[in-house]
Design a protein. Sequence first.
Length: 330
Amino acid sequence: MMSQTQLISIIVPVYNAEAFLNETVQSILDQTYQNFELVLIDDNSSDRSPELIQAWQEKDSRVRSQRIEGGSAGLARNAGLDIARGDYILFVDADDLIRTDTLAGLYEPIKDKQSCFSMSKYTTERDLFEKRNSFGPNLEEAGELLAKLKLIQASGYPSFSPWGKLYSRDIFDEIRFPNFQIHEDTAVILPILDKAKKVVLVDKLDWYYRVNAGSLTQSKISEKNFAVFNKNQMQIAFAKEREPELLTYVYRLCLNENDFVSMNCLKDKSGISAKLFDELYQQNKLFSNKISGIRAAVYSSKIIYKTYSKLVGLIYSSDLLRGLAKKILT
């Protein structure tokens, strides 16, 4: 039997999640690895989420909560980190589901270890989540930051998302999420990988990522989407200061993220999305001149870039094509 002596803190940011919260919490409490605390951070919800949280606390002593007025998932995760008592940290979104053996599967390859994290696969298809589980052997990387960065972009894994990963607690000794409405996860992936001496990919489908109207790919373009420029600035600054040899690769990552946002701008077709698209186009022209290859041709004219962005939209609609694009474009 697996030792369950080490405590895992599961942190769930909650904002107006009453439609899915009970199912999410139940999937967590049903874990075969039972030595955990569930930390629910209510970010000033205006629906029935606070009542549901209170009910779960009364029902299960492992459930703790805190209410904040932060206004972003990043600040909610930070609040959870500040009060978490576990040896390991797991983030779960308030509308997602995990398998009953998720904690056990992620814990096993990194138990009793520091400065590491494990991650497993996800799907946006409920039927697939309920039918499939084990796939193949784990993959590990304990080398340079670039090698770890390439590894986590494997197809089927939530590459830069904070959820989907079990972290040793020391990863977050000095790292916190920025107060961005979106892109806060990608903004910290480089320092996380820099701190992690080992990364393990668990070839197991553990996560059901629910695509809803509030997700990045479904919501309307607004001022919050301009946070992509702050995220890019953080990644580039980190590379320049800590890993200069990584800078070219980071520019490619920023190009990819900008292209993804541009794709959504074209779908939205609003005045603010047109403004954002123009700014992304200008930044991409600048970034593409800093890397070798023919990619700069994509940004040689706005007409070409719009055509390319529409193609990106088709790629992101397919899990297979999205996985291939990760490898080709970076």
